[in-house]
Write a protein that binds this ligand. Sequence first.
Ligand SMILES: Nc1ncnc2c1ncn2[C@@H]1O[C@H](COP(=O)(O)OP(=O)(O)OP(=O)(O)O)[C@@H](O)[C@H]1O
Length: 563
Amino acid sequence: MSMLARIIGHMRPLRRQMALGLALSVTASLASFGLLFLSGWLLAAAAVAGLGGIAARNAFNLFLPAVGVRFFATMRILARYLERLVTHDATLRLIGRMRAWSISRLAPQAPALLARQRSGDMLFRFVSDTDRMGQFYLEVLVPVASAAICCVVFVAVMGAFSLSAALVLAVGLVVCGGVLPGVAGALSVHAMRRISRQQDTMHADLTEVLQGMGEFMFLGAGQAVQARIAARAADIRTERRRVALIEGGARSVMTVVTMTSALGVLAMADMACRAGALSAACLPMLALGGLAAFDVLAPLPAAWPLLGQVHMAAGRVFALCDTPPSVAPPALTRCPDDPSCLSLSDIGLRYPGAERWALRHADLSVVRGERVALVGPSGAGKSTLVNLLFRFYDYQEGTARFGGVDLKDVDADIMARHVGVVAQDFHLFQGSIRRNLTIACPTATEDAMWQALRVARLHAFVQAEPAGLDTLIGEGGVRLSGGQARRLAVAQVVLRNPAWIILDEPTEGLDAGTEHDLMTALLSALSPRTTLVCITHNPAVAARMDRVVRVEGGRFHEAGRAP
Ligand SMILES: Nc1ncnc2c1ncn2[C@@H]1O[C@H](COP(=O)(O)OP(=O)(O)OP(=O)(O)O)[C@@H](O)[C@H]1O
């Protein structure tokens, strides 16, 4: 299916509102035309009445065009206002729908998707590309469809007075509405593509710079990055200038064609008048109508290049959203019978595109209430256990059962209900400590929040802050130290009180005293039924667990049990 057909498919639920928007746009343009058309008649009527005295005044109906002019003037204002209201509302709804749809398609692909894509790129897809796809209705479909409908009406009205004038008008409208914008669009397509590509990369670069500003500075790469972004911005400016020149040129030629056509219409009407087929009073009416007809074409030079942009944006969004998720969703979702035991048997997991197996012939069994330390060299496959449990990546060999059901039948939402994780690269959200705790557990009371902070040994710090729970922690928790941020992540999990807790290096960045206090508070706060898996390089933390499992060569090796 073509890109535009797919966008139109997304517009289907809004079709009534969109059709109303188009109808209002057509009404406003017809009213505009009618206004000038009748104004010509009114001018002629006034002139005749002025020149001819009472007899002429009586012979010429001044009242009808005057009423018509007022009617069309009011109609134009009203229809234009309502059109803006309806079409903009429909566009915003369409953009909202496109965004919701793309998020629903992308969510099952994360985080495998993020391993392949730059986050700035993704942001651009969500914001600019979906915006542009929404503009298809407002800035392409409505102007083009409205122009096509109105032009047929204008030519028909003109034809009722003079066929030759209508023919001249039709030729002018086709040249201005079809040929010139089409040529301008074709000439600018290359520049538009380049702008789009450069913008894409620039947004991704900018996001990377904002996220890793410190690292760029440490690596002495700040100036090189700035220069790269400036070069892209300059390239975009040059291409924009080219597009503006092409569009400006098209508009200038359109003005010439408009004037020539209006003169042509006047000439044809004059000939008809001389031949006695038309009254002289109709001449100003047809001349002004001929001019007014071209107003409806004004948005078209911008609409064609935008169509190209919409096509590109839709291509990118659909390509991303159509990528099948790296892990197929369960055909039939099942809830674990007892969400506190895990059994892995002969598991083999290889990341997409990787040569090596992260886990191979791996067996592990963890039962309710156990406290297990996962230790082992860096890159051995410890954190891969989390990816496997949440099925961020699929395992290719063996069987895994969680709470008695096959892991392939449990989706990430159900897993999140039972398992709380503090990942190695945990993320805190912009805003306050309260907001971060509320995201983890929306129903948590203030007392529960303080209790969780106490277990995570963060309460003293939060109490000392003037804003307490409302202390702002900045983007990603930048206003917290590394150890404070990690303890807040631990507090989030404690607050959720899941049946399973997995902590990846929970004490990283903590001094020995705080580390000891945190583990003591955590172990005594957990219910004996809660299972705890601690991934750690710290022997002191491992020593506090019931069992130590060593991960090496992609396998789990029993390394000791507490007496
Ligand atoms: N998303 C990924 N895509 C491809 N390969 C990955 C990915 N995540 C991890 N790996 C690879 O899988 C192997 C196991 O990684 P894992 O993160 O499980 O190690 P780890 O034991 O937790 O290491 P560390 O103690 O350093 O955190 C490594 O060789 C790593 O390069």
